[in-house]
Design a protein around this ligand. Structure first.
Ligand code: HEM
Length: 439
């Protein structure tokens, strides 16, 4: 399929370039991550008692909307036009989408925290409008490549899941005021959670990692063409599970096993790529591998929950541990790792597009704290998961403090990197004598 003809202007000769838009999203993402990890030691006690409460809901959406979804939108604004060779259709609308998103997400988090449902779903409407706008930017680029490119197909499906998850989330919020939905609160909630965390986030990560991990590790083996079937199996499993939970039909175990099998196929494929790599492991790959290890724990706890359900005292603690392994262990490790490569690259591109002095990715990175971030963050997750499972709030608080320590160091270093997209000055590392710039 030939690329759509592109327009260009004098100020920016690259018609696929979307300016600083990804960086704005990354700043919001990293700031939300910092806020979330800083709040965690104070909220983990509530999570340990019962995950379904107002402060945990606020914390969960600080991570899922503020950090994870914002980071993914930022990457997709750059990655989707570059991959599909099609410019986004409404570039002027992108900034409005960003503003609506930030306004709506901050409003949602505040209203979750104070437990005001009317206010919550009113601002959630703004987030849904912003998400629909985002879908209108992405789908026309991705649609023509559906079924051929593995990353394009996965992202197309995942954007649809984002719209679905947001619509269900909004409906759940409105239901708190008007009480029109039947069924169990926890199974309705689980439907929203699985469309969002598996359909939107995990599907995107699988799709994108099939392109990025080979690019970073240069494996001797090629990505098998069957990889696209893993994405289809995951999609079918998520639709089956989400609908089954919503309409309270039998079959939850069947769909859960299909999802688990598709994720094990993903892990197997990534494992082969990592084993046959030509490049040494760096902190990007270590975070990605650690994320996959947490995914295995999440699959195991998810299957246990399929049998036990999430109500009941011990099951609710397993559900909380499941959320931590999924959101912080699997998804966030992946984003942290990828950010080490992608964020400085986007900043260098943003600087050259406005004619500022070029800098290299190395000059924009602070690698020294990366081992500390990796160890503190993952040790903290392990402690929180053990604390939740063992019913020890002290262990949960201590683990959260480690997560906060690693997360805040990561956020400070990353915001420093991103700041160079907004100021023309050069990082101090530039003042070395033997400086080689990429051509
Ligand atoms: C516009 C977007 C969204 C809206 C309006 C929304 C709304 C909601 C609402 C109202 C609840 C509580 C449901 C109830 O009490 O029955 C909830 C729970 C939850 N949502 Fe969302 N949500 C959105 C996006 C997301 C995303 C993108 C994710 C994950 C990637 C996510 C993950 C969760 C989780 C894990 C819970 C359960 C948290 C807990 O029980 O502590 N949400 N959401």
């Amino acid at each position: 399929m030939p690329a759509t003809p592109q327009t260009s202007d004098a100020a920016n000769p690259d018609p696929l370039w979307i300016g600083r838009m990804p960086i704005h999203f990354f700043v919001v993402a990293v700031t939300s991550f910092a806020a979330g990890v800083a709040a965690m030691p104070f909220v983990i006690g509530d999570v340990a008692v019962f995950f379904y409460q107002i402060k945990p809901l606020a914390l969960v959406h600080t991570f899922t909307l503020g950090w994870i979804t914002a980071a993914m939108m930022g990457v997709m604004y750059r990655y989707v036009p570059a991959l599909t060779h099609r410019p986004i259709p409404f570039p002027r609308m992108a900034f409005a989408q960003f503003v609506l998103y930030v306004f709506g997400v901050v409003g949602m988090i505040v209203h979750f925290a104070i437990g005001l449902w009317l206010g919550l779903w009113t601002v959630a409407i703004v987030v849904v409008i912003s998400i629909l706008t985002f879908a209108a930017e992405m789908i026309p680029c991705l649609w023509p490549s559906a079924g051929s490119g593995v990353a394009e197909t996965g992202m197309l499906l995942s954007v649809c899941f984002l719209v679905l998850a947001a619509a269900i989330g909004l409906t759940l919020g409105i239901d708190k005021t008007y009480d029109f939905l039947g069924g169990s609160v926890l199974t309705n909630l689980a439907s929203h959670v699985h469309f969002a965390a598996l359909g939107w986030v995990t599907l995107t990560i699988c799709a994108v990692s099939y392109r990025m991990i080979p690019a970073f590790l240069l494996p001797k083996e090629k990505l098998p063409p069957a990889a696209i079937w893993q994405l289809y199996a995951l999609t079918i499993g998520v639709i089956g599970l989400g609908v089954t939970l919503l309409i309270r039909a039998p079959g939850v175990a069947f769909w859960s096993i299909l999802i688990a099998a598709s994720l094990l196929a993903y892990i197997f494929t990534i494992g082969r790529l990592v084993r046959t790599r030509r490049m040494p492991l760096d902190w990007t790959s270590r975070h990605a591998i650690c994320g996959v290890a947490w995914l295995i724990v999440a699959i195991a706890t998810g299957l246990v929950l399929t049998v036990t359900g999430a109500d009941g005292e011990y099951s609710s603690r397993i559900a909380a541990a499941y959320g931590v392994t999924g959101i912080l262990g699997w998804i966030s490790n992946f984003i942290i790792g990828m950010s080490y490569q992608l964020f400085p690259g986007f900043v260098t591109r943003a600087r050259t597009s406005v004619g500022w002095a070029p800098v290299t990715i190395a000059e924009l990175s602070i690698p020294r704290p990366r081992p500390f971030v990796f160890i503190a963050y993952n040790l903290g997750i392990a402690m929180v998961v053990c604390g939740l499972l063992a019913g020890s709030i002290d262990l949960g608080v201590a683990g959260s403090a480690w997560i906060a320590a690693g997360g805040l160091v990561y956020a400070a270093a990353t915001l420093w990197t991103l700041s160079f997209a907004y100021r023309s000055s050069m990082p101090s590392a530039v003042r070395t004598d033997l400086r080689i710039l990429p051509s």
